[in-house]
Design a binder for this molecule. Structure first.
Ligand SMILES: NC(=O)c1ccc[n+]([C@@H]2O[C@H](COP(=O)([O-])OP(=O)(O)OC[C@H]3O[C@@H](n4cnc5c(N)ncnc54)[C@H](O)[C@@H]3O)[C@@H](O)[C@H]2O)c1
Length: 246
C-alpha cells in the first residue's frame, strides 16, 4: 500500500525544482499528477521524464483565474478527481525597497499570493463538489517568517500565504479538506543558483546543519502533508530549513 494510491495531485510550478521533485515522489507513492507550469514545454517534458503514463504536463499561469480553473478541470476530466493541490509556483524579483518598482512588487504578489489564493479557491470548489475531502499545500518560505533584505515583495507574499493557509483551513475543515503550508529554507534549485556567491555563503553560515537542502527534502514533507500520515493536521506551517532561523 502506497501513501497516495488512487490519489490525483495537481502541482503548480512543477516543471523543475521543488515542484518537480514533489511530482516525482508523489508518483513513486502511487499518485497520478498534473504538472501546471507557465512553461508548458518544460511541464510536458518533465511529465514525460517522470512517467508518461501517470503524469500530464499542462500550461498554466497561476495568476490567471481562468487558467487555474482550466487546470483543475483538466485534472478532473483527464484523471478522474483532484485530491491534492500543491500551490508551489514561484518567482523572485529581488531589489531593495529603494530600488524596487511597483511592477516587481505586483509580479511577485500575483504569482505567490494571488496564485496560491486562486489555487486554494479552485481546489476547495473541486474537492467540495467531489465530497471526498482533500489536502491543499501552500509553499511559503522562511522569508515570510523573518523577512529578507531585498525581498519586501517576496517576504510579504510568503507571509500572506501563511495567513491564507490558516484562514482557508478554518473554512474548509468541515468539508474534510486540510490546508497546510511549508516554509523551506535554502534549497538548491534554479531559483537559488542565481544568487551571488557571497550571499549564498552568508546564508550557509546561518544553517546549523551546515548545508543547503535538496528539493527532495521538501518533497518528503509535502508527501507527509498530502497523505493520511498528517490526518489530524490543518492550518500548520512546517519549517524545513536545516534549523536555520528557528
Ligand atoms: N529554492 C528555495 O530555496 C526556496 C526557498 C523557500 C521557498 N521556495 C519556494 O518554493 C517554490 C518552488 O521554488 P523552486 O526553488 O523550485 O523554484 P524554480 O525557479 O526552480 O521553479 C519554479 C517553477 O515555477 C514556474 N512558474 C513561475 N511563474 C509561474 C506562474 N505564473 N504560473 C505557473 N508556473 C510558474 C516556473 O516556470 C518554474 O518551473 C516557490 O514558491 C519558491 O518561492 C523556494
Amino acid at each position: 500500500m502506497n501513501l497516495l494510491d488512487n490519489k490525483v495531485a495537481v502541482i503548480t510550478g512543477a516543471a523543475r525544482g521543488i515542484g518537480e521533485a514533489t511530482a516525482r515522489l508523489f508518483v513513486e507513492n502511487g499518485a497520478r499528477v498534473v504538472i501546471g507550469d507557465l512553461d508548458q514545454a518544460a511541464a510536458e517534458q518533465a511529465a514525460k521524464e517522470i512517467d508518461p503514463e501517470r503524469v500530464r504536463g499542462f500550461g498554466c499561469d497561476v495568476a490567471d483565474p481562468d487558467q487555474v480553473n482550466t487546470l483543475l478541470a483538466y485534472a478532473r476530466e483527464e484523471l478522474g478527481s483532484v485530491d491534492v493541490v500543491v500551490n508551489n509556483a514561484g518567482i523572485t524579483r529581488d531589489a531593495t525597497l529603494k530600488k524596487m518598482t511597483v511592477d516587481q512588487f505586483d509580479q511577485v504578489i500575483a504569482v505567490h499570493l494571488r496564485g496560491a489564493w486562486l489555487g486554494t479557491q479552485a481546489a476547495a470548489e473541486t474537492m467540495r463538489a467531489q465530497g471526498t475531502g482533500g489536502a491543499i499545500i501552500n509553499m511559503s518560505s522562511i522569508s515570510g517568517k523573518v523577512g529578507f533584505f531585498g525581498q519586501t515583495n517576496y517576504s510579504a507574499a510568503k507571509a500572506g500565504v501563511v495567513g491564507l493557509t490558516k484562514a482557508a483551513a478554518k473554512e474548509l475543515a468541515k468539508d474534510g479538506i486540510r490546508v497546510n503550508s511549508i516554509q523551506p529554507g535554502l534549497i538548491a534549485t534554479e531559483m537559488t543558483r542565481a544568487m551571488p556567491e557571497h550571499i549564498w555563503e552568508a546564508k550557509m553560515a546561518e544553517i546549523p546543519m551546515g548545508r543547503a537542502g535538496e528539493p527532495e527534502e521538501i518533497a518528503k514533507v509535502a508527501l507527509f502533508l498530502a497523505s493520511d500520515l498528517s490526518s489530524y493536521m490543518t492550518g500548520t506551517v512546517l519549517e524545513v530549513t536545516g534549523g536555520r532561523l528557528m
